[in-house]
Design a protein around this ligand. Structure first.
Ligand code: 5AD
Ligand code: SF4
Length: 435
């Protein structure tokens, strides 16, 4: 069988990165090998994100660049997969008529068959959402390293009014507990040390009577796996059982990404987030009591339709009060098809930008302060490999999922070792190994 080469660029969240590994895993048995060089590829795919307009614009620009491979080398196939393919299934072929393939997130299984179809004159479009598709039987082609991403559930049933995800990824569905544990045992045997469970609302995971807490407990029993992390949980699904699992399993990271979005009850209600600021604050208290020293990160949207200055101030003040370790902060982007889209935009780009800059500055200050408090402490670092910026240094993550860099001791990726923090910035702890 001739080997054909596939080049994939991934945009967006970790689910998409995991989906890219899935696509490569699906194609490999059909004689495809991944390549990092588009100019050598027979198939070029962009695995895309639709969460904000900006992400989509980038992809369209990139498509305009990549189309030259088709003109230079007839026979090359250019395709778009993922959320943007699902979102713009109709208009995409007008904007990019040179596309050969348009595949939504539930259609990857058809990819090998579509690639060998005889008639390549018409673009191939497969965008049916499938309530049952979990790809549980497909082995993703994972990269080398200490960390393995494992998708435990797909889709989302929450329908927050700003969010396109439920429309492009479809309904919530989980992989069975047995299939996941088998996968994790296999990963441990292959030498992976950290498992990251992924799902759009990962803690809504369910298999019959088993919930996400069961998954954490059972995973912690797998020998060889040192760390367990998951993203992204929804605050409304953060049950006592899950908190207890986090508290009782030392392997579960002392870190949680807990998307807040906004801290005005009026805005939260219009977002249909399913919690009040008070309920969220109580949840943080319970987490901090159960898992002492837990690091928290969050997602914030500024400029949601109708967000008044007073609503924004409430979000700012809440962030100052909670003191997240880090935050992902975004300007609201109206997404066609969502409920909020119909409400239009009530703020200018400039005003949204001003609000965004204000919370970014606040968070940078808080992140730096929190990280500086760790100076002098010793943290357990799971080593990932050489540091990117300093020659001869190693990089890894602490149990709170903070990046730690330190001069190499010759230790290997996958080893866990104590490192004393000697200095810190908002994003990195700098340390020295304790031998
Ligand atoms: N505009 C801006 N940010 C958004 N997010 C989701 N939808 C939008 C949107 N329309 C953000 C939320 C979510 C994160 C993954 O992306 O904060 O938690
Ligand atoms: Fe989007 Fe809300 Fe679902 Fe998260 S929980 S993916 S923000 S709809």
């Amino acid at each position: 069988m001739d080997t054909r080469k596939v080049y994939i660029e991934t945009y967006g969240c970790q689910m998409n990165l995991a989906d890219t590994e899935l696509i490569v895993g699906l194609l490999k048995p059909h004689g495809y090998e991944p390549t990092q060089v588009a100019a050598q590829a027979d198939v070029i795919l962009l695995n895309t994100c639709a969460i904000r307009e900006h992400a989509e614009e980038r992809v369209l620009r990139r498509l305009g660049e990549l189309v030259r491979h088709k003109t230079r080398r007839p026979g090359v196939l250019l395709g778009l997969t993922g959320c943007m393919a699902q979102h713009h299934r109709e208009s995409l072929l007008d904007k990019a008529p040179f596309l050969d393939l348009v595949l939504g997130p539930d259609a990857y299984r058809h990819l090998p068959a579509l690639l060998v179809q005889e008639d390549k004159d018409e673009p191939l479009v497969s965008v049916r959402l499938d309530r049952d598709e979990t790809y549980a039987d497909i082995t993703p082609a994972r990269g080398e390293g200490v960390r393995a991403w494992v998708t435990v559930m797909r889709g989302c049933d929450k329908f927050c009014t700003f969010c396109i995800v439920p429309y492009v990824r479809g309904r919530e569905r989980s992989v069975s507990l047995a299939a996941l544990l088998a996968q994790v045992r296999e990963l441990a045997a292959q030498g992976y040390k950290e498992v990251v469970y992924l799902g759009q609302t990962v803690n809504a995971y369910r298999d019959g009577d088993h919930d996400f807490a069961d998954l954490l407990w059972r995973t912690a029993e797998v020998e060889g796996i040192e760390r367990i992390r998951f993203t992204s949980p929804h605050p409304a699904d953060m049950s006592e059982r899950i908190i207890a699992a986090m508290a009782t399993c030392p392997k579960v990271a002392s870190y949680l990404h807990l998307p807040l979005q906004a801290a005005s009850n009026r805005v939260l209600e219009q977002m249909e987030r399913g919690y009040t600021v008070e309920q969220y604050a109580t949840l943080v208290e319970r987490l901090r009591a159960a898992v002492p020293g837990i690091a928290l990160s969050t997602d914030i949207i500024v400029g949601f339709p109708g967000e008044e200055e007073s609503d924004f101030r409430a979000t700012y003040d809440f962030m100052a009060e909670i003191r997240y370790d880090s935050a992902f902060m975004f300007k609201y982007s109206a997404r066609e098809g969502t409920k909020a889209y119909k409400w239009g935009e009530t703020l200018s780009e400039e005003e949204k930008g001003r609000r965004l800059q204000e919370i970014i500055a606040l968070q940078e200050r808080i992140s730096a302060e929190i990280n500086r408090q760790t100076i002098g402490q010793t943290v357990e670092v799971l080593i990932e490999g050489p540091a990117k910026r300093q020659e001869g240094w190693l990089a890894g993550k602490s149990g709170q999922f903070k990046t730690v860099v330190f001069p190499s001791t010759g230790a290997q990726p996958g080893e866990v070792m104590p490192v004393r923090v000697v200095s810190a910035t908002a994003h990195t702890l700098v340390g020295e190994a304790r031998l």
